[in-house]
Design a protein around this ligand. Structure first.
Ligand code: PLP
Length: 431
């Protein structure tokens, strides 16, 4: 497959820009980071494939940035949503579905002693921070450089260039005074973390941690790092918040916390737990969660929170994940794809580093080991952009950014992987 006709996408992109800012409803969907051009307008999804408005087919490794672990149009999920729609979309009153889903999450991730449903990962993280501040009576937040935790003011703060710096806002519209409450340190660097806590520890309410980083590729914690973060944070009287918006149910039935054997005080969830519909959830220790209204003084609410369609989709999605072999299969295919890519890249002399956990991986155009954001930044973005477009021409869809992961879903087949590897081999040969 070569030189796909995408003239309809190009035309719709022109139209879209007349009415929607930048033509997209999330900046990550634009092709700005891969040299520009019209993003592909999709018409329908079916299993592992997406079809665009010009009738081209793509094998989808974007998975809508993570949620679509069963690919597109999963029947069990679709039936659950349809059933919910027929029973009325929203009541503004509690439902038994919410109890069922909360119990399901709690069984899978035992640290969620109490949970609350919200509408997005952004909301989940934002509220964890508020609750941690309410619980500790402190204001500052620690985070790791390069980790994205949604677009609320406090977490949209860039890493400074030093090993440990007070943040500067990453977006216009965020007051410097807010950014000054955020302390950013490199991931996998316990000494830098300890030093920052020595300086600011008595003002820190919580640390935000992606236990396996999913926002500058895929980066696993080094042995002892998360345990060290837990110990040091608690020593300074602060809370540990795991942002498992990407990681929960990605690598196993449960959170990355189950996989790694470390327990946070609070956890933020999203993406996969909504089966493709908008959702977020947060939870944790009872004494902390009881800070939340109506029991406590920390306010959080939501007209759409816990809506029956999202909850039903989430339950159905997790039920599908309970099928024996789901995770083994994703991991096997992930290994096959990642090792094939590595082999192919080396065949043509390209320096790449591949980080993989289960069915999720990142390929960086660098010969550096990638353990933190600085390492990830060293990857050749221009080369990635050319690789991205070559693969798109072959009908393979990745996220348009050198920092995003590839996600293998439960519906990818060995044939999809073989097709992808042949396409990638041609792409590497032309790079
Ligand atoms: N936290 C992490 C780790 C994420 O990757 C994201 C989104 O990509 C968010 C939070 C924000 O979630 P949402 O886009 O649902 O608001």
């Amino acid at each position: 497959m070569a030189n796909l006709n995408r003239s309809n996408s190009e035309r719709y992109y022109e139209d879209a820009q007349q009415v929607i800012v930048g033509g997209v409803n999330s900046p990550s969907r634009s092709f700005k980071a891969v040299g520009g051009g019209a993003p592909v307008f999709m018409e329908k999804g079916d299993g592992a494939y997406l079809y665009d408005v010009d009738g081209n087919r793509y094998i989808d490794y974007l998975a809508a940035y993570g949620p679509l672990i069963h690919g597109h149009g999963n029947q069990h999920v679709a039936e659950a949503i349809t059933r919910a729609a027929h029973q009325g979309l929203l009541y503004g009153a509690p439902t038994t579905l919410e109890i069922d889903f909360a119990k399901m999450l709690q069984e899978a991730i035992p640290s969620l002693e109490k949970v609350r449903f919200v509408n997005s990962g952004t909301e989940a993280v934002m509220t964890c921070i508020r609750v941690a501040r309410a619980y500790t009576g402190r204001n500052k937040i620690m985070k790791f450089a390069g980790c994205y935790h949604g677009h609320s003011d406090l977490v949209l703060v860039a890493a400074g260039s030093g090993p440990s710096t007070l943040g500067i806002p990453d977006s216009a519209g965020i007051p410097q005074s807010i950014a000054e409450d955020v302390i950013t340190v490199p991931f996998n660097d316990l000494a830098a973390y300890e030093a920052a806590l020595e300086k600011w520890g008595d003002q820190v309410a919580a640390v935000l941690v992606e236990p396996i980083v999913g926002n500058f590729g895929i980066v696993a914690p080094e042995s002892g790092f998360l345990q060290g973060v837990n110990e040091l944070t608690h020593k300074h009287g602060a809370l540990v918040i795991y942002d498992e918006v990407i990681t929960a149910f990605r690598f196993m039935y449960g959170g990355a916390q189950n996989l790694l054997g470390v327990t946070p005080d609070m956890t933020a969830l999203g993406k996969i737990i909504g089966g493709g519909l908008p959702i977020g959830a947060y939870g944790g220790r009872i004494d902390i969660m009881e800070q939340v209204a109506p029991l406590g003084p920390a306010y959080q609410a939501g007209t759409m929170a816990g809506n029956p369609a999202s909850i039903s989709a989430g339950i159905a999605c997790l039920e599908e994940l309970q099928k024996p072999g789901s995770y083994e299969r994703m991991s096997d295919l992930g290994r096959l794809l990642a090792s094939g890519l590595l082999q192919s890249a080396r065949k043509y002399g390209h320096k790449v580093t591949l980080n993989r956990v289960g069915g999720a991986f990142a390929m960086y155009f660098t010969d550096r080991q990638v353990k933190n954001y600085e390492d990830a930044k060293s990857a050749d973005g221009e080369k990635f952009a050319r690789f991205f477009h070559l693969l798109l021409e072959e009908g393979i869809l990745l996220a348009p950014s050198k920092y995003e992961a590839w996600f293998v879903s439960t519906v990818h087949t060995p044939e999809d992987i073989a097709f992808t590897l042949l396409a990638a081999d041609r792409a590497f040969s032309k790079l």
